[in-house]
Design a protein around this ligand. Structure first.
Ligand code: IPE
Ligand code: IPE
Ligand code: MG
Length: 248
């Protein structure tokens, strides 16, 4: 209770991005299969989405499956895809109730048809919701995204619709799959790993980074609140001096 009132005294991050890591290690630690960890990870997705919606955060991006994750054993990939379909089916009514809009970023053409179709249905059904935007990064990687953007820009230059002199940071941002989404204010990674793993490399340029030893299945509302409080105690200087920031 008091932790929420503490949070409400300061500006909220508009966009929180999370690298949900450690499902497998969490399961193994208990002598269980990795998939057991993924199943419990879905509970954390539910809890954190609800917490973000309740606080009034506008965007929550969850790294659910990377381009590199396709290289995992086929049985694990299949289990993750099945869990995704199941989670969408179970959670769509809650998303509707909480006014949450679902979006995806990533090479979703690589997803199995069934998974992609379910996702599309949920995206269409929640398209009119005006609260939290929940962005699932699926078959996503930053290098994939940037390569795709470079190709699109090169095509426009080739067909004469774009002058190379007009390529600026804004145009690059607008060519990424996150074009309608502000850059993350806060990036959280669970499980003690401190790396980006090909996630939002352009967009994270000035994000605050927060690492926790908790594995993703252990990361619930309280842990999310603690990350927000930590963020609220940072000073974001964007290359300027502390004096410049505090005098505005
Ligand atoms: C995160 O947990 C979920 C996905 C990457 C799909 P991991 O499956 O990476 O779990 P660890 O990192 O091996 O413990
Ligand atoms: C990053 O986790 C990808 C997701 C959370 C979906 P990984 O577990 O795949 O990352 P690495 O391989 O440890 O860097
Ligand atoms: Mg991992």
């Amino acid at each position: 209770m008091s932790i929420i009132s503490d949070i409400q005294q300061n500006p909220l991050p508009a966009h929180v991005a999370i690298i949900m890591d450690g499902n497998g290690r969490w399961a193994k630690r208990q002598g269980k299969e990795r998939v057991f960890g993924h199943k419990h990870g879905v509970e954390s997705v539910r809890a954190v989405t609800e917490a973000a919606a309740e606080l009034g955060i506008k965007y929550l991006t969850l790294y659910a499956f990377s381009t590199e994750n396709w290289n995992r054993p086929q049985a694990e990939v299949d289990a993750l895809m099945a869990l995704l379909v199941q989670a969408i089916e179970n959670e769509t009514p809650t998303l509707m109730k909480n006014n949450v809009r679902l979006l995806t970023i990533g090479d979703t053409g690589r997803l199995p048809d069934n998974t992609r179709n379910r996702l599309q249905q949920c995206i269409a059904q929640t398209a009119g919701n005006t609260g939290l935007s929940l962005v699932l990064a699926l078959s996503y990687s930053s290098r994939w995204e940037i390569t795709r953007a470079v190709k699109l820009i090169a095509k426009n230059v080739k067909d004469g619709s774009l002058n190379p002199e007009d390529i600026d940071e804004k145009l690059v941002s607008q060519t990424l799959t996150t074009r309608e989404i502000p850059d993350p204010d806060l990036l959280i990674r669970t499980s003690g790993e401190q790396r980006i793993s090909n996630f939002l490399m352009w967009q994270l340029a000035y994000s605050e980074l927060y690492f926790t030893e908790l594995c993703w299945p252990e990361f619930r509302k309280e842990a999310f609140y603690n990350a927000i409080l930590d963020y609220q105690n940072r000073e974001r200087r964007y290359g300027m001096t502390s004096e410049q920031i505090t005098s505005t």
